[in-house]
Design a protein around this ligand. Structure first.
Ligand code: ADP
Length: 581
């Protein structure tokens, strides 16, 4: 719990004045419920002794009416402010969390699932907010109520007070001991919940593929299993609470019985008045709710501790790829040299690319070809600095990429990935992600370079057409052209097309490549392609096989001797001729 407080200290520091005010209001709210019973006791005693005058009655009745009205207004102010604080905190925590997720590198997404990351930002974050809002309220309000009631009871009769309440702390202590085991289970429960969230997310995201393969029933079974596991896990917790929760009620009933029996005896013996006994019994009645709430505080704090651990497990992660203290800016370059570059993914134990050496001169068009899984994407994505390379160096004009400002290095690149990431926004907004400051003329030019202009006519609202989630409403080719337009609007120093022309026909492909060559003269293009016509005119073609460069040269140079490129090229033109026939 100390850690959770430490983590939220910054918020308490900023909002301490509001918390002080709220604490005073809470105290007022917890003390005032004791007042009506006091008034009631006074009225009963006045009636019993026959001293109740009209003025006195008026005073007592007015007091009784005024107390709830005052309480009502205090409660309004209190709830308004505490809820605002809660929202403010969860908003700020969520903002920090999202910022942090952006700052972390790709390794995070290899380790944690989306469902888990969402559960931490929702369920766990909500529990943390409880610490800054209702947790304080439960502790202050209920402690205030308990202390007030016990002090008032002690004033009436100390011995009667001790006899009536002695069983309660014993019961709470015992109950908490029992609950300790269950608390350890909460951590497992949070993991089960995150798994369920992931499964549901996967089913929603994959709904089209599931339908296409007629896997609805099988997927439903899997999702249902995950949901059932979550429910069963809750069930375990609830079963425990159902058995042990009402135990306190029994103990309370015994205490109440002792108060009535022993209190009545005292009235008979004239040690206390009838009015005092009635007041006393009301106080005992007041104890039940707060004591149950306080006995649950350990449960709540246990939940908060686990959620705090889970939330800050992510927040405490440090990105492996980060700027050095004196990172150098970079806006352009003359050469990029890959020098014996090797790389393995964080959770793999083999190198995906090994000992890769080649040079890219600014303004060149580089083609990269090779069998699927050869490591082409992995090789070129190193320019995006998603991970640190595990061997060798990538040098920009002789400066190691690790020493360059990460943001600058990434800004040099416009990357069109294989899996196009499109957002649920208009076509226009999807393109502007590449460069939010682009003018309409720049957007129009990117659209025509990407050969996307012809698609706009087919879209119901042209540039204003909403793109469905993950680009679901567009054809594969349209998605590719839109992604290319997005990269082009950035006018990057290096444009990477990572197998981005696979879903377009040969004519569109040659249109795009011709456009690029003209419009991007002086800038660098890197094209990964399966169809060799896309790279035939490149200044340099790199052939990658099994993570190693097996050949390098221009199209004509590569055709001069037997190699994978020549063999595949001949196969492809044979296929093309066959298609033409
Ligand atoms: P290509 O682009 O040539 O098809 P990739 O670079 O995509 O090849 O993949 C090369 C190898 O790296 C494959 O064996 C693939 O399974 C593996 N790989 C790709 N991405 C990841 C990743 N994020 N984590 C672990 N392994 C990966």
């Amino acid at each position: 719990m100390k850690d959770a407080y430490r983590h939220l200290k910054w918020f308490f520091k900023i909002e301490y004045k509001k918390y002080l005010l709220l604490a005073i209001l809470l105290l007022a709210l917890s003390i005032t419920p004791a007042l009506p019973s006091k008034v009631l006791g006074m009225a009963i005693d006045d009636i019993a002794s026959g001293t109740l005058s009209i003025n006195r009655l008026l005073f007592l009745v007015l007091s009784l009416a005024l107390i709830p009205i005052v309480r009502y207004f205090i409660a309004i102010v209190y709830h308004f402010h505490i809820n605002r604080l809660g929202h403010k905190l969860s908003y700020q925590l969520r903002e920090k969390y999202i910022d942090h997720l952006f700052a972390l590198d790709a390794a995070l997404y290899e380790k944690y699932t989306k469902g888990d990351l969402i559960a931490r930002a929702t369920n766990d974050l909500q529990n943390l907010t409880v610490l800054a809002t209702s947790f304080l309220q439960i502790v202050v309000f209920n402690s205030g109520m308990v202390i007030t009631a016990i002090v008032m009871m002690l004033v009436i009769h100390p011995l009667l007070t001790v006899a009536s309440v002695i069983l309660m702390p014993v019961a709470i202590f015992w109950l908490n001991k029992k609950r300790q085991k269950k608390r350890a289970y909460y951590k497992i429960h949070h993991e089960i919940y995150a798994d369920m969230q992931e499964k549901v997310l996967e089913s929603i995201e994959g709904v089209k593929a599931i339908r296409a393969y007629g896997q609805e029933d099988a997927d439903f079974e899997k999702t249902k299993k995950a949901i059932d596991e979550d429910i069963n896990s809750w069930w375990k917790i609830l079963k425990f609470e159902s058995i042990y929760g009402p135990l306190f009620e029994m103990v309370y009933a015994v205490s109440y019985f002792v108060a009535i029996a022993y209190g009545s005896y005292m009235v008979i013996k004239s040690q206390i008045s009838t009015g005092e006994l009635v007041t006393f019994l009301v106080y005992v009645g007041m104890l039940y709710g707060p004591l149950v709430a306080l006995s649950n505080v350990l449960n709540t704090s246990n939940n908060i501790i686990i959620s705090d651990e889970r939330f800050y497990e992510i927040m405490d992660l440090q990105p492996e790829v980060k700027d050095e203290v004196e990172a150098q800016p970079i806006l352009s370059f003359k050469t990029i040299e890959f020098k014996n570059v090797s790389f393995k993914y964080p959770f793999d134990n083999f190198h995906v690319i090994e000992n890769i050496s080649f040079t890219i001169n600014s303004g060149e068009t580089i083609g990269i070809v090779g069998p699927t899984g050869a490591g082409k994407s992995t090789l070129i994505r190193q320019l995006l600095r998603e991970f640190n390379i595990t061997g060798g160096q990538i040098l920009f004009d002789g400066v190691n990429i690790n020493r360059l400002k990460m943001e600058d290095a990434r800004n040099l690149v416009g990357y069109v990935p294989q899996n196009h990431v499109l957002f649920r926004r208009s076509v226009d907004d999807n393109i502007l992600i590449g460069n939010p400051k682009a003018s309409p003329a720049e957007v129009a030019s990117a659209v025509s370079l990407a050969d996307f202009k012809k698609d706009l006519k087919e879209l119901p609202l042209g540039m204003e057409t909403m793109v469905a989630e993950l680009g679901g409403s567009l054809s594969g080719g349209q998605r590719q052209r839109l992604s290319i337009a997005r990269a082009l609007v950035k006018n990057p120093e290096i444009l990477i097309l990572d197998d981005s022309l696979s879903a377009v026909d040969a004519l569109t492909e040659s249109n795009i490549i011709r456009n690029l060559k003209q419009a991007r003269s002086g800038k660098t293009n890197i094209i990964i392609a399966h169809r060799f016509s896309a790279v035939a005119e490149a200044d340099k073609i790199i052939v990658l096989q099994n993570g190693k460069i097996s050949a390098i040269g221009t199209h004509l140079e590569l055709l001069k001797y037997d190699n994978w490129y020549k063999m595949q090229y001949l196969n492809q033109i044979k296929g093309d001729r066959y298609e033409e026939l």
